[in-house]
Design a protein around this ligand. Structure first.
Ligand code: GLU
Length: 473
């Protein structure tokens, strides 16, 4: 890499939540800066006053925080840089690199129409562009001008995109871009240019929906005498059906994944693999990702969203949680369900479900078997499972279990074996009725563990209840 410090930025427009594509772009910019011991800058592009909201800013900051994509500078807000943009617009006007254009929007549309009619690219025709020896039209009364950048008319704009490779655009293709509106406010592309310049951005990593802006931005940067950053346009993310990822494919807001019970580690790992690879590695830590991240392995092709893979990764990271992390991640979800953890070995219960959950929400749902109100099996299930034979086996088990001094999973497992031997039956003949009797469900984690964690009193009371309902003592 170069000796200069790498400076990247994430520059979201706060018009909604932090979506998956934005988060992936942020992750790549962040990782590139971290890999090169550079700086990562957060810049909020809030100049579209009608569409930008403080709630969206908040949502973006929260999303970044959740993913732990820490920034070294910012957040900067473009709305706080208006004076600076105006100053640079004036500088370009003074240097003859920009000019006032008094054409009305209708006139410009007519020019574009005329170009189209001639089979040319629709463009502003340069009526107000000052040239040596050219006389400009009289300034119309009562009309506020826009400011246009005097784009070079000849030659080419070229850059070597870190993902797409060399790109060349003829200047003849490009309009004289409006850099200030009639009210003097700067336009989007111009603000980006000034900020990238002022912030000393060395690498612009962004979605490839911005690739058309790049030649325009490079021309303005050149007019300002700025160093041109390296550009890296990351391909978009497609849904499983090959269409651009959208709400139709499920949640697109990063924080929605938090609510659905995904871990930020899983999300970061998953997003990292969307358009980037390191051999066959699928599971890697944040530190490994920083170490490995380079732009050579960025894919030119669009990435495809794969919810199954995300679930697989999430299940992996859930299994890795320490007891403390597990409690922290799941307890609020139990509380939200009105669960009661008093008197339970909560850590042990959560661990019982940890290996089989794809999301924290699933884990919390399952754990409500303990923390929620007991829901007895419905009549149909009882009739199916709690047959007279089954009840006799349960009665045998209950009688033995009552004798236990120590209500441990090991002792309960041994008691189960004794009943199976005494009744000459196999595990399902006891396991299923036992589960149904004490949890109301046919499927639970290991039954001895469930019995141990529910506790002696609860288990015996529920067995008694089932047996007494059927008049067997
Ligand atoms: N504000 C732009 C967006 O949210 C990003 C601009 C850029 O990265 O240059 O799409």
């Amino acid at each position: 890499m170069t000796t200069a410090t790498v400076r990247t930025r994430f520059a979201p427009s706060p018009t909604g939540y932090l979506h998956l594509g934005g988060a992936r772009t942020a992750l790549f910019s962040w990782a590139f800066a971290r890999h090169h011991q550079g700086q990562f800058i957060l810049r909020i592009e809030d100049t579209d006053l009608e569409r930008s909201t403080p709630e969206a800013v908040e949502a973006i900051l929260k999303g970044m925080q959740w993913l732990d994509l820490d920034h070294d500078e910012g957040p900067f807000y473009q709305t706080q840089h208006f004076e600076r943009y105006k100053e640079v617009i004036q500088q370009l006007l003074d240097e003859g690199k920009a000019y006032y254009c008094y054409s009305s929007p209708e006139e410009v549309e007519a020019m574009r129409e005329a170009a189209r009619a001639k089979g040319l690219k629709p463009k502003y025709d340069g009526t107000w562009r000052p040239e040596a020896g050219k006389t400009l039209p009289p300034i119309p009364a009562d009309r506020q001008p826009v400011v246009r950048f005097k784009n070079p008319q000849d030659g080419f704009v070229m850059w070597d995109d870190m993902v797409k490779g060399p790109i060349t655009i003829a200047n003849a293709e490009l309009d004289d871009l409006i850099i200030a509106r009639p009210d003097g406010s700067p336009t989007y592309n111009f603000c980006v240019v000034v900020d990238d310049w002022d912030m000393g951005i060395t690498h612009v990593i962004r979605g490839d929906d911005h690739v058309n802006n790049t030649p325009r931005q490079i021309n303005i940067l050149e007019a300002l005498g700025a160093t041109i950053p390296v550009y890296c346009h990351v391909p978009m993310i497609l849904g499983p059906d090959g269409q651009k990822l959208s709400k139709r494919h499920g949640a697109v807001s990063v924080m929605e994944y938090h609510h659905e019970g995904y871990l930020p580690e899983a999300m970061v790992n998953y997003l990292a693999r969307l358009g980037w690879s390191h051999g066959d590695d699928e599971i890697f830590s944040r530190a490994q990702f920083i170490e490995w991240f380079n732009t050579d392995n960025l894919s030119k092709a669009a990435a495809q969203w794969d919810p199954k893979k995300l679930n697989w990764l999430n299940a992996h990271y859930i299994k890795q949680l320490s007891d403390e992390e597990l409690m922290q991640a799941v307890l609020p979800r139990i509380e939200a369900r009105g669960g009661q953890t008093d008197g339970f070995d909560t850590v042990a219960i959560l661990n019982l479900f940890k290996d089989r959950a794809e999301t924290l929400e699933q884990l919390a749902d399952s754990a409500m078997l303990f923390f929620g109100p007991y829901q007895a099996a419905d009549e149909a299930l009882k009739a199916q499972v709690l047959t007279p034979d089954a009840l006799a086996i349960l009665a045998d088990f209950k009688a033995r279990a009552e004798q236990l001094d120590d209500w441990s999973a090991e002792n309960l497992a041994a008691t189960i074996k004794e009943t199976l031997a005494a009744k000459a039956v196999k595990m399902p003949a006891l396991g299923i009725p036992l589960r149904v009797a004490i949890t109301g469900q046919k499927q639970t984690p290991s039954v001895d563990a469930v019995l141990a964690l529910l506790g002696r009193d609860v288990v015996l009371a529920r067995l008694q209840q089932v047996l007494s309902e059927q008049h067997i003592k």
